[in-house]
Design a protein around this ligand. Structure first.
Ligand code: SF4
Length: 371
């Protein structure tokens, strides 16, 4: 059995869990290719005009899945206590059904961690029943999924970048499918551990060398994982930025630091991604070694319309250079490069002038939201 997994949206956060889960059940997971022009165009045709760019991309990736028996579209309601995912996540799979090729069955499950682990297991058992799997196997698969996810998060914490971590997960899933031998999993785990404990992490040839030289600028790129790591839609922003600066990402900030940096809000943030983005953004604003913040958002994102403003206020309070880049399907590379270079030049000038901020800016800060 082959399950199609679109390389969009929840792929960027939860793919390791599902790869481990389905592997344990003996099911092959097939991912769609990296985003390209045709995927984007197909997505635009099938998704609602009013929706956000990541959902449009998801619609394109669904259509790009070939030779699979099911397309997997989970409804992820909540990933932790006290928060929800964005309302657009809750509308999946219904809102994406027009993108599903005619006759292709959709496999779905509702996951709500607010209701606890037991409920999540029960929901997975319902999913398992559709796949003719018994409850004991689902429980083992669930634990396997959690283990893969944890391993993935550990690699991120150990200094791997997203591309390296996800490539290892994909390679492992593929190795395991091609070889029925269970010991391969052990080999893979050993390889992961060996790489994680390696002190000299070497960036792969496909990635520009990340120079930890202190003379380089240190810039934070803040935004949803499915925008910062979606290199086609963001016009290779992360790569361009890494060529010129050391880059900090939301995904590299651990949960404890996020929680510590949520203080000062009158109300809790409802959405898990927003919580992570604001917590990390606040940390970067207060961290004096971070010299500038770029907030990456997209047209049609409801949660960012609020969180972007909150992060910008924190950046302003700390007199930190701050820029918002808003993506849509028509974003042009030349405009992006110009803005990026202007921003980095400004941060560099600021370094030379020892953080001088004009009184004109301070006055505006005090009396208005506009800078
Ligand atoms: S958080 Fe924003 S970008 Fe993400 S799915 Fe919701 S509306 Fe779209």
């Amino acid at each position: 059995m082959r399950i199609g997994f679109p390389r969009a949206l929840y792929y960027f956060d939860h793919f390791p869990f599902w790869a481990g889960f389905f592997h344990r059940l003996g099911i092959e997971v097939v991912t769609s290719p990296a985003t390209h022009r045709q995927i984007m165009e197909q997505g635009l045709k099938k998704a609602s005009d009013e929706t956000c760019l990541p959902l449009k991309l998801l619609a394109g990736h669904i259509q790009a899945l070939k030779d699979v028996d099911w397309i997997f579209l989970p409804r992820i309601v909540s990933v932790e206590a006290d928060t929800y995912t964005c309302p657009k996540f809750l509308g999946i799979p219904e809102s994406l059904l027009p993108a599903v090729p005619p006759g292709m069955p959709v496999l779905t499950v509702t996951l709500n961690w607010r209701k606890g682990k037991r409920q999540v297991l029960k929901d997975l058992e319902v999913l398992g029943a559709q796949l003719s799997q018994d409850k004991a196997d689902i429980r083992k698969a669930f634990n396997e999924g959690l283990e893969w996810q944890q391993r993935y998060q550990d690699t991120m914490g150990a200094g791997w970048n997203f591309e390296e971590s996800i490539r290892e997960i994909e390679r492992a899933a593929k190795d395991l499918t091609e070889s029925a031998k269970v010991p391969t999993l052990v080999t893979w785990k050993e390889r992961m551990f060996a790489k994680m404990s390696s002190t000299a992490l070497k960036p792969t040839a496909e990635l520009p060398i990340v120079d930890q030289n202190r003379d380089r600028l240190r810039i934070a790129l803040v935004g949803h994982s499915y925008l910062t790591h979606e290199s086609y839609a963001n016009l290779n922003l992360l790569r361009k930025l890494r060529e010129k600066a050391n880059v900090e990402l939301v995904q590299n900030v651990n949960q404890e630091e996020v929680e510590t940096n949520l203080s000062g809000l009158r109300k809790k943030l409802f959405w898990s991604h927003s919580k992570q983005i604001f917590g990390a953004g606040n940390k970067f604003a207060e961290d004096q070694s971070v010299e500038g913040i770029i907030y990456l958002t997209c047209f049609g994102c409801g949660t960012d319309s609020m969180v972007q403003e909150l992060v910008s206020r924190r950046a302003r309070e700390q007199h930190k250079p701050y820029m918002v880049i808003t993506l849509d399907e028509h974003s042009g590379e030349a405009g992006l490069v110009t803005r990026l270079e202007a921003f980095l030049d400004m941060v560099e000038r600021r370094r030379v002038h020892e953080g001088y901020v004009s009184t004109y800016g301070e006055c505006l800060d005090r009396d208005s939201n506009a800078l």
